[in-house]
Design a protein around this ligand. Structure first.
Ligand code: JAH
Length: 283
């Protein structure tokens, strides 16, 4: 996979040389290009921003350097996706990461100030897919940390990048169609069996794989109920119950998740303070 990054702070991306992603880059499994946007300025001050039309606070990134950068980095006729982090974007999720991991060329554009002149994304959309994405509901000073986050989430899914090939597939949100789909991970334990008077749950030492799987699912359900009521709402409701702006894959996903809740799951959730209405459910 090739990944290009356009930023006014190239030094911000030094961490891409570290750890498993750094090793993958050394092997050539990922090719990174980190580019200073000021390369494509022509004035003496290498200016990248200007005052907003219509007034208001702050500055906006000028379109001309962005246009030249994208022209230089994205060959026409070869597939590439442009990703622009923005607090106004669509949520970047594990599903987005799996889609990006299938791409051959990702280009990340890091905005600063009040964002990039909107004509840059509009023009780029005539050439390639362009995603404006958010990694969460908070405002950063620029897109750089969001790009590091997305690169980590995508690259750990590439074949051969992670040390353990199957640990990428069944962790929190990674379960896809697996038994833990829609749940966060439960707690994990290692040696010693007793630490500061605290024992590892005995079922994990029992060798009873069925009992261990059921215990882990109960623990995951309880932790999801405590920490992520939004995820429990998706698990517990069928496709007809949650209002959405427009019908889409979300409805089918909720149906699949809802039908995966068995009677024991419903009891665990009920005990955790989520009485399930039964509305629109099979039982
Ligand atoms: C802030 C350009 N979803 C996190 C996120 C992503 C990008 C930005 N903020 C938050 C941002 C200022 C300028 C992008």
């Amino acid at each position: 996979m090739r990944i290009d990054i356009i930023t006014i702070f190239p030094e911000y991306f030094a961490p891409l040389g570290v750890s498993l992603i750094g090793k993958a880059a050394e092997r050539g499994d990922i090719q990174f290009g980190v580019h200073d946007l000021r390369t494509w300025t022509h004035d003496a001050h290498h200016s990248v921003d200007d005052a907003p039309f219509g007034g208001g606070p702050g500055m906006v990134m000028r379109p001309e350097p962005w246009g030249e950068a994208l022209d230089a980095l994205i060959p026409s006729g070869r597939p590439a996706r442009l990703v622009l982090p923005s607090p106004a974007g669509v949520p970047f999720t594990q599903e987005t990461a799996t889609e990006y991991a299938r791409e051959s060329h990702l280009v990340f554009g890091c905005g600063r100030y009040e964002g990039i002149d909107a004509r840059v994304a509009a023009h780029a959309r005539t050439r390639m897919p362009v995603d404006e994405v958010t990694i969460g509901d908070y405002v950063l000073a620029g897109g750089e940390p969001a790009v590091l986050v997305m690169i980590e989430a995508v690259c750990r899914l590439l074949p051969g990048v992670m040390g353990n090939a199957d640990s990428a597939s069944d962790d929190s949100f990674g379960g896809g169609a697996g038994p833990m789909a829609g749940l966060v991970e439960g707690p994990a334990y290692t040696r010693p069996r007793v630490w500061r008077g605290r024992e590892v749950p005995p079922v994990l030492l029992s060798g009873d794989h069925g009992a261990i799987a059921r215990w882990r699912r109960d623990a995951a359900l309880r932790r999801t109920a405590a920490n992520r009521p939004d995820l429990v709402a998706r698990l517990a409701s069928g496709p007809g119950e949650t209002a959405t702006a427009r019908p889409g894959p979300a409805a089918a996903e909720r149906m699949r998740l809802a039908t995966q809740l068995d009677e024991r799951d419903r009891q665990v959730l009920s005990d955790a303070g989520f009485p399930l209405s039964g509305q629109g459910m099979a039982h």
